[in-house]
Structure formats: C-alpha cells, structure tokens
Design a protein around this ligand. Structure first.
Ligand code: G3P
Length: 225
C-alpha cells in the first residue's frame, strides 16, 4: 500500500482549490489551508481582477499559491511566471502539461521559481513534468472519473514512479469531487490534495459526532441545574 512509502516527517497537506478569499480565510482559521490553487475558471468565478485577488490571497495565507500562466509559448509562460512571483512571496507558477510548458518548467526551475504542472491525466505526463524539474504535479482525478476512468489509479502509479526514482516533485491530487477522493489520496500517500471549500468543510463532519455532542450537552444539564 502507498502508506508504506511515507517517510517520517511527511505530512499530507490540504490546499484550498478556490479564489474566494472569504472561504480561504475560513479554511485557514480552521487549520485546513496549507496553501491554495487557482486557475482561470476559479478567478472568473471570484469575479475580481486576477492580480488583485492573488495579492489578497497572498496576504491572507503563508502557504504556496498556484497561479496559472496563460501564454501558449514557453517564453511567454516564463515571462508571466517572473511577473507572478512579484505579486507575493508564496507564488507557485502553474504551467499546463504540454511541450512548451515543459520548456518553461525547465527554465523556471533553473531560475529557482517553483512550478505546478497542471492538467495531468497520465502517469507518463507526471514523469515528464518531474524530469523537467516541476515542484508539483497536479493529476486531475475527478475529470478522469467523469470519462469512465479510475482517476485515483494514476495517483498510485505516479507515487510508484516517484518513489522508484526518488523524485522530489510533490503529487498534488486535484479535481477532487468528494471526501472519499481525499481519503484515497491520503492512503496512497499523495503529498497534497487541493480541495474545493464545500468538500473541505465536509471532511471533519460526522453525524455520530453531532449526535454524541448533543447527548453529552443534554446530560451535562443534570448537574448544571
Ligand atoms: O485546480 C484545478 C482542478 O482542481 C480542477 O477541478 O473540478 O474543475 O475538474 P475541476
């Protein structure tokens, strides 16, 4: 099982997959936000200026914030990355998995700029990104499930490959659709799960906890009278 691979000191991190600053703040206050991932669709949903919202998030949380490059050339992506890292101390440049993207990752990693290779749908794509020097790879589990694959399988395969070759690149499970995805990613030993806020807030819920708390509270009234 994936758990066997865990080295002492490794801890799974939770990132918030959102650009909603109120929800990011809430998650951070609950100890559920070790970082944040954004993408163009999430920025669009937030309805704010790209740079302003990233700067706002950067002032709220100390952990890494992924910000997606939009250019279609390596040169353009590197330029965007160099701009993004001036927006906050904790910016990671999100680069799409494509040949130009891999050129950009090589250049950015030489410049010690952290990258998150996104839109990963196969273990070989993750291997290529790791070889290029990516800090994170983001396999999209839910989108694979949507087309009839078992998305979590690629997390396990990427884990095997990265352990086999001792890559430092972190596995960031993305496109998470329900708490069980988070559980499965944790059992495999993914380094990070980036989780939409509504799912993140469900992780600590259990009806037996709620009913147990209610009963204890009621019983405590016996001596509080
Ligand atoms: O961060 C990107 C990723 O998590 C996208 O998720 O739900 O749009 O497939 P989804």
């Amino acid at each position: 099982m994936g758990g066997d691979y865990l080295k002492i000191g490794d801890i799974m991190e939770f990132f918030v997959d959102s650009a909603d600053t109120e929800l990011i703040k809430k998650a951070y206050s609950m100890g559920l936000c070790d970082g944040c991932t954004t993408n163009p669709s999430l920025i669009k949903q937030a309805g704010k200026d790209h740079k302003k919202v990233v700067q706002e998030i950067s002032s709220l949380i100390p952990g890494p914030i992924s910000v997606e490059a939009l250019s279609e050339t390596a040169e353009g992506m590197v330029k965007e990355g160099e701009e993004y890292i001036t927006w906050g101390k904790n910016i990671v440049v999100k680069i799409p998995m494509c040949p130009e993207g891999m050129k950009a990752v090589k250049i950015l990693s030489k410049k010690k700029i952290r990258t998150n290779v996104t839109l990963i749908f196969s273990p070989l794509q993750a291997l290529i990104a790791a070889k290029a020097g990516a800090t994170y790879v983001s396999p999209f589990v839910g989108r694979l499930d949507d087309i009839g694959h078992v998305g979590m399988d690629i997390i396990a395969q990427i884990k095997d490959i990265f352990v086999q070759y001792d890559f430092e690149t972190k596995i960031l499970a993305a496109s998470i659709r329900h708490p069980t995805h988070v559980l499965e990613a944790a059992l495999i030993g993914a380094d990070v799960a980036t989780v939409p806020p509504d799912i993140l807030f469900k992780l600590s819920n259990h009806p037996l906890t709620d009913s147990g708390m209610k009963k204890f509270l009621e019983d405590s009234k016996a001596w509080k009278k």
